[in-house]
Design a protein around this ligand. Structure first.
Ligand SMILES: NC(=O)c1ccc[n+]([C@@H]2O[C@H](COP(=O)([O-])OP(=O)(O)OC[C@H]3O[C@@H](n4cnc5c(N)ncnc54)[C@H](O)[C@@H]3O)[C@@H](O)[C@H]2O)c1
Length: 247
């Protein structure tokens, strides 16, 4: 992966941090984009392959600036990982205008804006887009109307873009995790009055394999899908959820 360049959003916590560290370890030069200044900056100390960009990615302009910053720094882009996301537990009646618009903005529109900016650069390198969706982009989840709508949108955006760019050598895939032990899982548990440990234990029980997925396992799937070994995989939405959506 020497000299290949990856741009990863949502880098300052959870799955994003694991992806950044895995890709840097595999030899990618990584632009780690995070919203939290201090936590994003910490990533720079972890590897000389990591540079950072701090900001909110909800506007088209921020997304254009982020991709432009990557090209200014490295002169190329080989892999875009759209990983940043938010989750608010709410059924339709509980979903305020703000929850709806923020969830769609971060989970669906930002991956679209970033992908649109990235395609001209990825085309030059036969690059890859990986969208971290969710198994709740494949099946419905209770009390997650905006989240499921956004992640289902990401899955079909992935497939549409894969078809548009297959003959240009650009691959586009979605990764669909089930419960992963990250701050998002803790926050979802907290909303139901559970501590972090209880939330993980409950999620473990709900998984056919008896445990939740680790951020490092998601990062390993990213590394594989980004590699030439996955050259024939495009337009796929791949669950990594211990069999959760198998039934
Ligand atoms: N943890 C799970 O159980 C789980 C399950 C399925 C899918 N996912 C998906 O995995 C991805 C990563 O989630 P995670 O579990 O690591 O959660 P997390 O809360 O630890 O990380 C989410 C990241 O997104 C960033 N982010 C949110 N809004 C942003 C904005 N406006 N601008 C820039 N960055 C923003 C946050 O700063 C954070 O770094 C998300 O897309 C999430 O939907 C997570």
């Amino acid at each position: 992966m020497k000299n290949k360049v990856a741009l990863v959003t949502g880098a300052s916590s959870g799955i994003g941090t694991a992806i950044v560290l895995r890709l840097a370890n595999d030899g990618f030069l990584v632009l780690a984009a995070g919203r939290d200044d201090a936590r994003t900056e910490l990533l720079r100390d972890q590897s000389q392959n990591i540079q950072t960009w701090v900001g909110d990615i909800t506007s088209p302009k921020a997304c254009a600036d982020l991709v432009a910053s990557c090209i200014d720094r490295f002169g190329r882009l080989d892999l875009l990982v759209n990983n940043a996301g938010i989750y608010e537990s709410a059924n339709a009646e509980q979903t305020s205008d703000e929850i709806w618009s923020q969830t769609i903005a971060i989970n669906l529109s930002a991956p679209f804006y970033l992908s649109r900016e990235a395609v001209p650069h990825l085309r030059k390198k036969k690059g890859v887009i990986l969208n971290v969706a969710s198994d709740w982009g494949l099946v419905g989840g209770k009390g997650a109307v905006a989240y499921c709508a956004s992640k289902g949108g990401v899955v079909l955006m992935t497939k549409a873009m894969a078809l548009d760019h297959a003959d240009e050598g650009v691959r586009v895939n979605a990764i669909c995790p089930g419960d992963v032990e990250t701050p998002m899982l803790y926050a979802e548990g907290a909303a139901r009055g559970l501590g972090s440990e209880e939330a993980v234990k409950e999620a473990d029980k709900g998984s056919p394999t008896g445990r939740v997925t680790t951020p490092e396992e998601v990062a390993a799937l990213v590394a594989f899908l980004a590699s030439d070994a996955a050259a024939q995989i495009t337009g796929s939405a791949i669950p990594i959820d211990g069999g959760n959506v198998a039934g």
